[in-house]
Design a protein around this ligand. Structure first.
Ligand code: 2P0
Length: 334
């Protein structure tokens, strides 16, 4: 029997129904994976082939204000009403279908991204994580974070990780119903760690992550090597975090991103997200490292670059990359 999202929601909510309160507000951080999620074993439930590990972006993410309303669903993003037929609204309303106590229940969603959407950094991750947190509050379900992570995953795989701050591991799990595929935070803080967001293009990419990963699995001869690489990198990253070994963390994250891109590049037709400027930046980063600056990068399914460095290198990084947006993921803990 093939399980649907609705089956998973029923299993998580276990008959919880309650009257919605007037309004609920929630925030969830965006996250950048150091060990990437690239490939699903179940497309309906967003169950991944491998486990992944990310770093949440502290104050950069999505805020959601949620209320029930009459008539039809409505969504506003960054102060503007989104047309009901826009892909963003359609995907959101379809997700909300999973949670309507009656078919006549509609929702008013006011969403605001604190991460620059136009710069191509906003992801569905923080949006779905904030939405699930707001639903949990609106209906007073009292779900724990693990349950919220499972529900957020149904919206977008990487949203399972955005339920937490700091370093977060999303366990791939092996169950068919995905009840063991949720994220958990690592018990580790690294206040000196910095991420730098470099915008290379803010254009909407031609191929989104969802079709992109499917195409890679179906056509890339290199994908066969990916699960073992991701499993090794995850273990390596976790031990680098325990040891506060920045070189090992950076090297592993960069190599993981390059290996993921290699699988995409070898897909047919190729899935080449890099622009000439991405490559120029990568070469500059490698050259700086050869000059002794401990600097690494990671990239997602797009041309933009995320730098990884320590607080002490920040002045040098800002000198070389004047437009960089620096994030201190653990700053709230200092
Ligand atoms: C990640 N990405 O681990 C990887 C690296 C993109 C590249 O998670 O289909 O938007 O909604 O589960 O979560 C983007 O994939 O995909 C992503 P769906 P999602 O951050």
């Amino acid at each position: 029997m093939t399980l649907t999202k609705k089956d998973v929601v029923s299993n998580v909510l276990r008959g919880r129904t309650s009257m919605p309160r007037a309004e609920a507000k929630a925030f969830a951080p965006a996250n950048i994976a150091l060990c990437k999620y690239w490939g699903k074993r179940n497309e309906e439930l967003n169950l991944p082939v491998t486990s992944s590990l990310s770093l949440s972006l502290g104050p950069l993410g999505s805020e959601v204000v949620l209320a029930t309303c009459e008539g039809s669903d409505r969504v506003e993003l960054n102060g503007e009403a989104v047309p009901e037929r826009a892909p963003f609204a359609a995907r959101l309303f379809e997700f909300l279908d999973l949670f309507r106590p009656t078919p006549a229940t509609h929702f008013n969603v006011i969403a605001r991204n604190t991460i620059p959407t136009a710069a191509g950094f906003a992801s569905s991750a923080s949006g779905f994580a904030a939405l699930v947190t707001a639903l949990n509050d609106l209906f007073g379900w009292g779900l724990d974070k693990r349950a919220c992570s499972i529900l957020a995953r149904l919206g977008s795989g990487s949203a399972s990780r955005s339920v937490y701050e700091g370093f977060v591991e999303w366990h791939a799990g092996s169950r068919e119903d995905g009840m063991d595929s949720y994220a958990e935070p690592l018990d580790a803080r690294w206040p000196e760690l910095r991420l730098g967001l470099l915008t290379i293009s803010s254009e909407t990419k031609k191929t989104g992550s969802r079709p992109g990963m499917k195409h890679t699995i179906e056509t890339s001869p290199l994908y066969a090597a990916w699960p073992a690489k991701a499993t090794r990198d995850l273990a390596e990253l976790k031990s680098a975090i325990v040891a506060r070994d920045f070189e090992r963390l950076g090297r592993t994250a960069e190599s993981n991103a390059l290996a993921m891109h290699a699988t995409m590049i070898a897909a047919w037709p190729t899935l080449l997200y890099w622009l000439p400027e991405s490559v120029r930046m990568m070469q500059r980063i490698v050259a700086m490292r050869e000059d002794g600056v401990p600097l690494f990068f990671t990239m997602d399914a797009g041309p933009n670059i995320k730098l990884l460095f320590l607080e002490q290198s920040e002045p040098r990084i800002r000198e070389v990359f004047p437009d960089v947006q620096v994030v201190a993921p653990f700053s709230a803990y200092r």
